[in-house]
Design a protein around this ligand. Structure first.
Ligand SMILES: Cc1cc2nc3c(=O)[nH]c(=O)nc-3n(C[C@H](O)[C@H](O)[C@H](O)COP(=O)(O)OP(=O)(O)OC[C@H]3O[C@@H](n4cnc5c(N)ncnc54)[C@H](O)[C@@H]3O)c2cc1C
Length: 367
């Protein structure tokens, strides 16, 4: 029976960022992870630090995203200094590619409306085809234009995950992979955490287990209404540099490979790939950038997003127990490693500050 102050359940990008933030604040923290059998968004995602359009109908989420994205420069520099791991973070902005004038018009209206509702302003430009072609000469003839936002960036999500765990461990945090949490209960002033390796106890607990939160949260009277939404991704061989900024469904990594995909599929926990979706994904990429017709695809995978009913995060926490469910763990990493920590240390999420993120908002809809 070991006694620790904080236990974070889930070693994906969200849990690792929170554990790193707690360790950086001088807290004793243990990070428990299920291991390679788990459904893991952190190891299959796109790596966008994405602002434009995020929280378009949820201004508090838009603000959270904008602030986190703005903090990425300092966050990545600090993490790189601590670990020596280059996160490949770049912020050249990103283009949301549109294939018709109607789509472009709608997109521009959405971004303008979002700026009116959010507290933090995020600039954007509406680029017609000719202007877009000046910035992205490889763009295809069937592209109508794009919205461009300078706040968007990209990072390597695998290096991010590795760096977070390395930095947390260097600051005295414990990382315990292959520790599946099978039960949770309140135990005096703290919590008892059951794993096949034995029981752990802690004063505070944070559930950041992605899709695993749905089963774990009810043990502590919390709620994690998440469902899996699959995305399929393709990766090409390394190509000469041609894409100097991110886009909504394709980006070129620093090494030269192109990574693309944006499917959203309701297929339960099946994280496989299917030919029709991969074919459509490739078709769209080639329409956007015809030179990709000759590129060889070297890898493809499916991964499951952690989606709440309205796509907005859930941050619920009281009496030392917390649950965090988000589907933009890369973008929000600076917030999870930074601003959120003071609330965790206090033992509760202030209902005023976190009002928009309470799961009770779904009860109203159900009623
Ligand atoms: C296709 C795709 C593209 C994406 N693109 C982007 C993007 O461009 N930008 C962005 O910001 N986000 C993106 N995301 C989302 C991002 O990947 C996630 O928000 C991020 O991975 C954080 O997820 P997580 O840590 O909550 O969950 P996960 O990464 O799924 O981690 C959860 C962890 O919990 C552990 N676990 C589960 N149950 C238990 C248990 N009972 N006991 C112990 N451990 C447990 C698992 O082992 C797992 O490691 C994308 C996701 C997908 C699927």
């Amino acid at each position: 029976m070991a006694a620790v102050d904080h236990i974070v359940v889930g070693g994906g990008i969200v849990g690792a960022a929170i554990a790193y933030g707690l360790a950086r604040a001088g807290e004793a923290v243990t990070l428990l992870d299920e291991g390679d059998v788990a459904l893991r968004a952190a190891r299959g995602n796109f790596g966008n630090v994405w602002v434009q359009g995020k929280g378009a109908t949820a201004p508090d989420y838009a603000d959270l995203t904008r602030q986190a994205a703005a903090d990425w420069d300092d966050f990545s520099a600090a993490l790189q200094d601590e670990t020596g791991i280059e996160l490949h973070f770049r912020r050249p902005g990103a283009a949301y590619i549109c294939f018709s004038p109607e789509e472009l018009g709608k997109r521009a209206a959405t971004l303008a409306a979002s700026n009116l509702k959010a507290r933090l302003y995020s600039p954007f430009e509406v680029l017609d085809r000719a202007t877009l072609a000046e910035r992205l000469p490889a763009i295809g003839p069937d592209v109508a234009g794009a919205t461009y936002c300078p706040d968007d960036g990209t990072a390597n999500p695998l290096y991010l995950l590795r760096a977070l765990i390395k930095a947390m461990s260097a600051r005295g945090g414990r990382y315990l992979p292959h520790h599946t949490v099978t039960g949770l209960s309140r135990d005096g002033a703290g919590f008892a955490v059951e794993t096949p390796q034995g029981r752990l106890s802690c004063g505070r607990i944070v559930l950041a287990a992605g899709l695993g939160n749905a089963a774990l949260a009810p043990y502590l009277g919390l709620s994690a209404p998440v469902r899996p939404v699959r995305g399929q991704i393709l990766v090409t061989e390394k190509l000469r540099p041609f894409l100097p900024m991110g886009t909504n469904f394709i980006r070129q990594t620093i090494e030269g490979g192109c990574i693309f995909g944006e499917s959203s599929e309701e297929v339960g926990t099946d994280d496989g790939t299917t030919l029709p979706v991969l074919r459509e994904t490739a078709r769209k990429a080639v329409t956007a950038f015809p030179m990709l017709r000759d590129a060889r695809v070297v890898r493809a995978w499916g991964a499951l997003r952690i989606m709440t009913p309205d796509g907005v995060p859930v941050y619920q926490g009281r009496d030392g127990a917390f649950v965090v469910c988000v589907h933009s763990g890369v973008t929000l990493a600076p917030w999870h490693a930074g601003g959120i920590v003071e609330h965790l240390r206090r033992g509760a999420f202030d209902p005023q500050i976190f009002q928009s993120f309470q799961p009770e908002r779904f009860d109203v809809q159900a009623a």
